[in-house]
Design a protein around this ligand. Sequence first.
Ligand code: ATP
Ligand code: MG
Ligand code: MG
Ligand code: MG
Length: 467
Amino acid sequence: PTFSVAEIRKTFLDFFASKGHTIVPSSPLVPGNDPTLMFTNSGMVQFKDVFLGTDKRPYTRATSVQTCLRAGGKHNDLENVGYTARHHTFFEMLGNWSFGDYFKRESLKWAWELLTEVYKLPAEKLLATVYEEDDEAYDIWTKEIGLPPERVIRIGDNKGGRYKSDNFWMMADTGPCGPCSEIFYDHGPHIAGGPPGSPDEDGDRFIEIWNNVFMQFDMAEDGSVKPLPAPCVDTGMGLERLAAILQHVHSNYEIDLFQALIKGAGRETHIEDLETPSLKVIADHIRATAFLVADGVIPSNEGRGYVQRRIIRRAIRHGYKLGQKTPFFHKLVKDLVAVMGDAYPKIREQEARITEVLKVEEERFFETLANGMEILDSALAGGAQGLPGDVAFKLHDTYGFPLDLSNDVARERGLSVDEAGFHAAMEQQKSQARAAGKFKMDRALEYTGAASAFTGYENLEDTGAVV
Ligand code: ATP
Ligand code: MG
Ligand code: MG
Ligand code: MG
């Protein structure tokens, strides 16, 4: 059978509800309980305090479809968008949790049951990884579930250090942690890439679909671990990756939901070839930026707002690359509402506002985009050295080109940006501004005669010198 994205979500939640899980709604992209985390980047974020023991819920089993953003912060997949078949900035994560209830056996068996009996994935195309030392998970896969040993791959400390591993999960430097087991799907030998643990594992042939994390230990400051009194399970599966398999396509961008957005992007940019890479980037970015607005993030020059601005401007630049000279991006909000508004009514309710916020940002960037691109193009035409840091900084400072946008353009041409030079130029400008600011403040103090009456900050802000 082929499943639509809507059917995949419902099937997942229904399955875990039938196994005694409470269905919990997605939390917003801005975490409510963690100021240190930029964005919700997995389904467990809203349960973090439950794992830490500082929050209690009326259930011990939960399931959700969580909107996630991996752009800025600890997980950043912005640079993968447009380059891999499987990464988005914004995506939906299907998850199930046990808070001191069931553990490895149920988790892995249910995952297998759901994938092979409900979604009916061909078992012979599935592989699993386990943490090297996790014999328990290895035995469940090979002896109880019956996955052939050659398709259960042990991954050790492959990230340089004890417990630094793709298959060892840590919430932070200390606290809950444990091994994980990941399920992969083999899209076939016609796609480049090797199995997990091999040198070319980063290809798009063997795609990781589902991570099962077993929170089993409590890590102390010195890196030693002791068993948690009540082990927990935290799982996450990428909806779009599963959809690609179930809809018999390879890339996430070929699934029903993305095709609708790509079509919209093609319409607004007058591009007929829907394989055009920039259309995929635009389709990815309209989801991220529209959901960010819905969750309260407005473009700005710092923090979350700056990530929002960077994603919007990247999308606009891709439109410009396709020949757009005037705002187009905000017109895709309606396409997004059409494909995601039922699952997320907030984007339908806020459609007008989202459109307006994106439009304002777009109009603003279009004022400088063409001139900035001219500078960027001629600097890159220079050839092999890539983009000099001072030019990147000028583009940033005067034309509103975030560094990663200039990088994106350079990378398309096989070049890079001198980032050290960029930061040096920025530091230099800051210290000049500080010096000028100090001069002004001294003068302000001089004129008013007393610190208690000084108006220096206002004066400073007027000049913009401290920004
Ligand atoms: P990858 O190795 O492919 O980057 P990951 O190991 O970083 O994935 P996890 O943190 O284990 O991913 O997240 C759980 C699941 O969420 C993954 O198995 C995958 O299906 C999905 N996922 C992770 N990152 C993305 C992304 N950027 N876009 C779409 N789906 C993703
Ligand atoms: Mg990743
Ligand atoms: Mg991974
Ligand atoms: Mg993973």
